[in-house]
Design a protein around this ligand. Structure first.
Ligand code: SAM
Length: 224
């Protein structure tokens, strides 16, 4: 290996050097309590959008990067729920949420970029506020496509840089600090990650000054 490869370009930002899945798991282990404690406040703002994004999820449903299980209460009671997250402490919180909601389901510790499910396992694959944290969002979305049935749907609630210039500039200014604290690239455009995957976006709506997107995608019919 050339020594040059160890030299860091001072113009690189932290978000150009993504944390590994292991780093992110450790970070979210530390954040799990805080996320759990503030879940009510999160739901106050994001609940209506979660309901809009996931309220008609059907059949066997996979929630990828489920965190503390914030999405679970917005899914129809008939959905057969499986959640996955890379952080063991988030998985524990999500299992507790399932118990509190008294609904069936299973939560596993798993990396979104390497899902341990066979092809075409789920009718609906959902994920919220996650592509911003995946080290390789294209790899993760490709996995979401792979485990979704060819006639199934991938439903996402995502966030990114605001259309409102002042807010967007604030996000630019804080981008590295925010990434260090939450492993979150909050200046991303979530739609940028779909090219190169087996997913096609059929609908995308934005809310909250363009910062939040509700996205419906489907596996492309020519895949595999
Ligand atoms: C901002 S939180 C969002 C949690 C939840 N989806 C929500 O809407 O509240 C991001 C979550 O993504 C998880 N995560 C990050 N990278 C992951 C990966 N490669 N595989 C699975 N989960 C991952 C983190 O552990 C964390 O729980």
């Amino acid at each position: 290996m050339s020594l040059d490869s160890d030299v860091t370009d001072p113009t690189d930002s932290d978000t150009d050097r993504p944390m590994s899945s292991g780093d992110i798991a450790a970070l979210y282990d530390d954040l799990a309590d805080q996320y759990d404690r503030w879940d009510w406040a999160n739901r106050l703002f994001s609940g209506p959008l979660r309901r809009r994004a996931f309220g008609d999820a059907s059949g066997r449903v996979l929630d990828v990067a489920c965190g503390t299980g914030t999405n679970f209460r917005y899914l129809p009671p008939t959905a057969q729920l499986v959640g996955v997250d890379v952080s063991a402490d988030m998985v524990a919180a999500a299992r507790a949420e399932l118990a509190e909601l008294r609904r069936g389901g299973t939560v596993y510790r798993m990396d979104a970029q390497d899902l341990e499910f066979p092809d075409d396992s789920f009718d609906t694959v959902i994920s919220a506020l996650s592509t911003c944290t995946f080290p390789d969002p294209v790899a993760a979305l490709s996995e979401l496509a792979r485990v979704c049935r060819p006639d199934g749907r991938v439903l996402l609630l995502e966030h990114g840089r605001s259309d409102a210039e002042l807010v967007g500039r604030f996000q630019d200014w804080r981008a590295d600090a925010h990434y260090e604290q939450h492993a979150c690239r909050w200046t991303q455009d979530p739609l940028d990650h779909f090219s190169g995957t087996d997913l096609t976006v059929v609908e995308s709506e934005t809310f909250a000054l363009g910062m939040v997107s509700v996205i419906e995608a489907r596996p492309v019919s020519s895949r595999r």
